[in-house]
Design a protein around this ligand. Structure first.
Ligand code: UD1
Length: 341
């Protein structure tokens, strides 16, 4: 394996993955249409890795544009991140979400077929499990009907990949089901970019810390959890990025046509525990208020990561404190103007 194509490579998880791929000695080609990312991230990747990366600014849904990437490069594997990811927005922009998330995958698979590229790593989500009946969730836990269009696109993409792979002789795929990626690269140069009001917990907290928001609203304090707030399996984005490097090794060596793997830490933290960790690291209180549950939220979810540990020979190394510290460093750099977007 020499050259890896990363779609959505300037996005949050994509950019961290590109850095780890370069670090492991692979050649990387990024395709991104900047729909939810910034061109500056490319410079910041170069600054971290001291290496220029080949970049195409195009929409992969348009196959004739995407074709150029395969014509000009000898691709050995594709890591496909490029997709819309906002749950709330997906309910407003139904067709855009289906067109972009399903269309981009179809483009990737058709080009892989046409150019005989054999390895695909797909960015899926624990959202496919809904609220699992038993915890922790392993990969055999049932996939449940999604409550959002975004969730439905992930379930549909997994199914499309399975149908495609089962009918092909040479192609292989790995479906990585991410739990909740948080934090940022230790350099503080890349991280999650949020436009408007953040949906996710970590950016909401860091923006509250740096004065962009007045207070954090904790959605729900009457869940059936030890402190009443909802529980998630937060994973440091750099650990998640490294899981992709391990997945490439695995897909190259393994005889399996398709593998589905949970990528989390295996440990659940409540919203209140996260807030307390921020308060500990900052040594000051966070301004928060307990409010009603958010519609569509699940009570608790965390992963069994045995399969990732065994097959990928990978394990999450960062703890909650590392996640909090790195998220704060990134937000601090953003608000000081040290990182320009
Ligand atoms: C979100 C997505 C989910 C996706 C997952 C991982 C939704 C409804 N779901 O879920 O599809 O797979 O990220 O990327 O967006 N919280 C607050 N106050 C806030 C923000 C969040 O209390 O201002 C709470 C939430 O209620 C939740 C926890 O923090 O209990 C984590 O929220 P969030 O970061 O949005 O992730 P998920 O809800 O797990």
């Amino acid at each position: 394996m020499k050259t890896v194509l990363v779609t959505g490579g300037l996005g949050y998880i994509g950019s961290h993955t590109v850095v780890e791929l370069i670090e492991s000695g692979l050649e990387v080609v990024i395709v991104d249409n900047l729909s939810n990312s910034r061109l500056r991230i490319l410079d910041q990747i170069t600054q971290i890795s001291e290496k220029k990366v080949k970049f195409y600014n195009l929409n992969i849904v348009i196959k004739k544009d995407f074709d150029l990437v395969f014509k000009e490069n000898e691709i050995d594997a594709v890591i496909h991140f490029a997709a819309y990811k906002s749950v709330g927005e997906s309910m407003q922009k139904v067709l855009e979400y289906y067109e972009n998330n399903i269309g981009s995958l179809i483009s990737v698979l058709s080009k892989m077929e046409e150019y005989k590229v054999n390895n695909l790593i797909f960015s899926s989500s624990c959202t496919v499990y809904g609220q699992p009946e038993t915890l922790p969730v392993n990969e055999d836990s049932p996939v449940q009907e999604a409550e959002s269009v975004y969730g439905t696109t992930k379930i549909m993409c997994e199914k499309i990949i399975k149908d495609f792979i089962n009918q092909k002789h040479t192609q292989k795929a790995m479906l990585l089901r991410y739990f909740n990626p948080v934090g940022a690269h230790e350099s503080g140069l890349i991280g999650e970019i949020t436009t408007g009001v953040p949906n996710y917990l970590f950016p909401f907290i860091t923006q509250t810390v740096f004065g962009q928001r007045e207070e954090l609203k904790i959605f729900g304090s009457d869940y059936n959890t030890p402190d009443g707030t909802a529980v998630r399996d937060y994973i440091h984005v750099v650990d998640l990025a490294k899981a992709h490097v391990s997945s490439l090794k695995r897909i190259e060596e393994s005889n399996s046509k398709i593998e589905t793997i949970n990528v989390g830490t295996g440990k659940g933290y409540s919203v209140m525990e996260v807030v307390k960790m921020f308060e500990k690291v900052l040594d000051k209180p966070i301004n928060y208020k307990l409010v009603d549950r958010r519609e569509g939220d699940i009570e608790k979810i965390y992963a069994v990561c045995d399969k990732a540990n065994e097959l990928l020979k990978w394990k999450a190394e960062h703890n909650l404190e590392d996640m909090v510290r790195s998220a704060l460093k990134w937000e601090n750099n953003l608000s000081n103007g040290d990182v320009k977007l």
